[in-house]
Structures are given as structure tokens and as C-alpha cells.
Write a protein that binds this ligand. Structure first.
Ligand code: PMP
Length: 355
């Protein structure tokens, strides 16, 4: 830290992303990327002509991409905001809507680690609401709470999901506050709240191209909400970085939407593999939460979470371990291809002495 850093950032604890190691090739099950490549249409669109166009700034209104996303969900372009990964949108949202008093914010105590970082970064008062004993979110905790609410649905790292009806109850009971539903993993088997956006002007649904659309490296996320909430996000965007999406990612996103069926089929494959791996782990004595995401959250009394993580890493399989007290026995395991999951399962059996 330099002596020039603004005092207000001195005690800020930054988010620690999952490892992206370069020492060897891993079966990489630690950051919830898709195991499938982008569709042909996306690969072909990033051609030399597109690369030559990099000399020009990208469209600050992201018109084509917003129209495509709007079309997919039955909304207008004015209901869509796009940005450099959904992290960017979460950051903008905390900046735009969260603060002190009536603008304070609540989110679950175990959820996406960035919520707390953004709250602190922007000086917002926040409360972390404990998950139930079984690691699920109790929707009643949020009904009529009168504060801004951020919920990942499905939640991460648990993978557990709330029903659309539960989300609607939360949104309807907090008409004077923003309810942000982070649907990064919704395509893998949870109910989306997108259809509620034209009914509630306090609902914002945030999505990403990083998981179900195989574009984590393109950094592309979007929000769907009322026109007025979207215009607030635009205010922040045009006050920070109007060209927040680069030309190649913009093209990749447009072509990916055109290939929606390919991606939704990949999600079905991942959900099937998830069910199989869940069953296999349970047969080995693991407790596995009922995930609706492209990862599972599991623990076993036979080995600590940290030890399983390190033993797998030695064998070239990377999963995610969190040191947080309440979940330190667990690991989060991204669902890869069937072949990758077979390597994972074989290694687990070897570590537990079951081979
Ligand atoms: N929300 C949740 C719940 C996540 O797990 C992630 C991925 N780390 C994100 C948002 C951010 O995804 P991205 O910035 O790649 O769109």
C-alpha cells in the first residue's frame, strides 16, 4: 500500500477470485466456467474483419446487443443494460442505489463474496442475514424488510434456489426498495424472475454470459429492469466508462444470443451430469446440497474440506475451497464434462481409499 491511498480504502478487504493457475494443466472445476466452447457462430464472427474494427470505439449504447437480449426475454431495449461482466453491473448497482439509512442493503451471510466488498467500497450500510441451518435462504427474512435487497438465485456457493413465487413475495413486499436478483446460474435449473420485471419497477434481474453462454473470458453481463432503473445504471456507466464493452465481446454476445438453443442444450447436459455426480458423491457418503447451478457444494465426514481440496490439486483437479468458518467443511465443485467429472470422482475415491 502506498502512502497516497485515499484513507477510505485503507481497510477495504478486496475480493479474492478463484485460482487461474499457470503451473500445469488442471481439470479445472473451481470457477464455474462452462466446459463447452462458444458456439460456431461466435467463433466465426471474431474474424480478421472484426479484429480490424478494433481501431474504432465500440458502440456506447450497445444497441444491437441490447436489442437481441430484449428480444430473447420479450422486453424493450430500454429495459436492458449491458456491461463488462455482471460484476460490473453489481458494482454499478451498489454505487447507484446503496448507501446509508433508507438506502442500506441486506444480503445473505453466505453468498457471493463480492456483495460485501461492493457495499464496503461504496460506503453502504449492510446487514448479512444468516442462512437457515440447512443453508437455504428463508424468504420470510426479507419480506417487508424496507431495505435494498441483493439475492443470488440460485445462491452461490450453495447452489440452492428460491422459487419465483418466493422472489415475488419479497419484491412485492418492499415496493420502496430495490430488489436485485443475481441470476448468474439460473439457466442450469432454477426459476427466473425476469418475467416479473414488467410488473414491479423495483426489481432488477442481473445475468451473465460467463456461465451458460461459455463466454467468461469475454466479460459480458446484463441487467433487465424497468426503464427508470436502467437509466440510473446508464447514469453511472456514462459517468465512468461509456465504452465498457469492447467490440469483440459485443459481437460475441450478439452471435451467442442467436445460438441460444445450443447454449440451453449445454445447460441441460450440465444439469444431467450434476445429477449423476451428486448421486455418486452421496453414495460415497458425501452430503451434497440440492444444486440448481453448474456446481455442487459438498462435504464428507471422512476428510476435511481443505484436505480434500489440496489432495485433489496434487492430482491435477482444481476445486474451490472457502475458509469461512460455517462452510469450511465444504467444497464447491464446478460441473465439467462427463470425462472431467469421471477424473474428479476417480481421484476422490483414490483419496478416500475406496479404489
Ligand atoms: N454473481 C455470482 C453469484 C457469481 O458467482 C459470479 C461469478 N463469480 C458473478 C456474479 C460474476 O460473474 P461475471 O462478472 O463473470 O459476469
Amino acid at each position: 500500500m502506498s502512502r497516497y491511498l485515499n484513507n477510505k480504502y485503507v481497510s477495504l478487504e478486496e475480493y479474492v477470485p478463484g485460482e487461474q493457475p499457470k503451473d500445469m494443466r488442471y481439470v479445472k472445476l473451481n470457477t464455474n466456467e462452462s466446459p463447452f466452447p462458444p458456439s460456431e457462430r461466435v467463433v466465426e464472427a471474431i474474424d480478421s474483419e472484426a479484429v480490424k474494427q478494433l481501431k474504432l470505439y465500440s458502440d456506447p449504447d450497445a444497441s444491437e446487443l441490447r436489442e437481441k437480449i430484449a428480444g430473447l426475454f420479450g422486453y424493450e431495449k430500454e429495459n436492458v443494460f449491458v456491461s463488462n461482466g455482471s460484476d460490473d453491473i453489481l458494482n454499478f448497482s451498489f454505487m447507484a442505489f446503496c448507501g446509508r439509512g433508507e438506502h442500506s442493503v441486506v444480503f445473505p451471510d453466505i453468498s457471493y463474496g463480492f456483495y460485501k466488498v461492493y457495499a464496503e467500497l461504496h460506503g453502504a450500510e449492510y446487514t448479512q442475514i444468516p442462512l437457515r441451518e440447512d443453508f437455504s435462504i428463508d424468504p420470510e427474512d426479507y419480506v417487508g424488510i424496507g431495505k435494498n435487497i441483493v439475492i443470488a438465485n440460485p445462491n452461490a456457493p450453495t447452489g440452492l434456489a428460491l422459487s419465483r413465487a418466493a422472489i415475488e413475495r419479497i419484491v412485492a413486499s418492499n415496493p420502496d426498495n430495490l430488489v436485485l436478483i443475481d441470476e448468474a446460474y439460473v439457466d442450469f435449473g432454477a426459476e427466473s424472475a425476469v418475467g416479473l420485471v414488467n410488473k414491479y419497477d423495483n426489481l432488477m434481474v442481473v445475468r451473465t454470459f460467463s456461465k451458460s453462454y461459455s463466454l467468461a473470458g469475454a466479460r459480458l453481463g446484463f441487467a433487465i429492469a424497468s426503464e427508470s432503473l436502467i437509466s440510473d445504471l446508464n447514469k453511472i456507466k456514462f459517468s465512468t466508462n461509456p465504452y465498457n464493452i469492447n467490440r469483440l465481446s459485443m459481437i460475441a454476445g450478439c452471435r451467442a444470443i442467436e445460438d441460444n438453443a445450443y447454449y440451453m442444450n449445454n445447460c441441460k447436459i450440465i444439469a444431467r451430469t450434476r445429477r449423476n455426480v451428486t448421486e455418486e458423491l452421496r453414495a460415497l457418503g458425501f452430503e451434497v446440497l440440492d444444486s440448481r447451478a453448474n456446481f455442487i457444494f459438498a462435504r464428507t465426514p471422512d476428510i476435511s474440506g481443505e484436505e480434500l481440496y489440496s489432495e485433489l490439486k496434487k492430482r491435477g483437479v482444481l476445486i474451490r475451497h472457502f475458509k469461512t468458518e460455517r462452510i469450511k467443511d465444504f467444497n464447491r465443485i464446478t460441473i465439467g464434462t462427463d470425462d472431467e467429472m469421471n477424473v474428479f470422482l476417480r481421484s476422490v475415491k483414490e483419496i478416500l481409499g475406496r479404489i
